[in-house]
Design a protein. Structure first.
Length: 195
């Protein structure tokens, strides 16, 4: 694979991973509401889910591409509905450090990634645009999807770090910040449904 293709793959991956998406927005909202310690289970769920979904993408691109359009068609609407629910939940949430352990669960973060159509499209697009022209070997596809999941995890950690930095400001201005985060998620829903 030529160096410029690998460079383009990384540029695409960085831009896609660091832009707002459901996982990044939920991580930011969770850390500003509950802090790192109580939010940690959710963050670990987001990270684990990211890796599992990217492995699924590698398998789909490798051998099950005939089933992919139907599966993504259903996931598109399921994902949009879940992200819409998150937007409403975030818009009306209030900082409450005592309820963090119930709201910031591993499974909430993990399941989010399974309905997060953005990362499916991210992984599949990256493979089909940059990798499959040079290799369709399963090990190569898995490798590049693991790279994508690692970049995505680093991006989410960056959003978590940002949330920790602005936590005191957030506690003072949580209403407008939550509205902005919810509107960002609504934009994600719109882009999913119009793509």
């Amino acid at each position: 694979m030529p160096g410029y293709v690998i460079g383009n793959f990384f540029v695409y991956s960085l831009i896609n991973a660091f832009t707002p998406g459901p996982g990044n927005i939920l991580a930011l909202n969770t850390v500003t509401n509950y802090g790192w310690k109580k939010g940690r289970p959710l963050f670990l769920g987001i990270f684990a889910g990211y890796y599992v979904v990217q492995l699924i993408c590698a398998v789909f691109v490798y051998g099950i591409s005939t089933l992919l359009p139907g599966v993504l068609g259903v996931m598109k609407y399921v994902g949009a509905a879940y992200i819409l629910w998150l937007a409403v939940h975030i818009a009306f949430s209030r900082p409450d450090r005592d309820s963090g352990e119930k709201s910031a669960s591993f499974w909430k973060g993990f399941i989010l990634q399974f309905v997060n159509i953005k990362i499916y499209l991210f992984g599949i697009t990256a493979l089909t645009s940059y990798v499959t022209n040079y290799s369709t070997a399963l090990w190569g596809l898995v490798f590049f999807e693991l790279v994508i999941a690692t970049i995505g995890t680093i991006a989410t950690l960056t959003w978590i770090g940002t949330g920790m930095v602005i936590q005191k400001t957030y506690l003072r201005y949580y209403k407008p910040i939550n509205i902005i985060l919810a509107l960002t998620l609504l934009e994600c829903v719109y882009s999913i449904l119009t793509s």
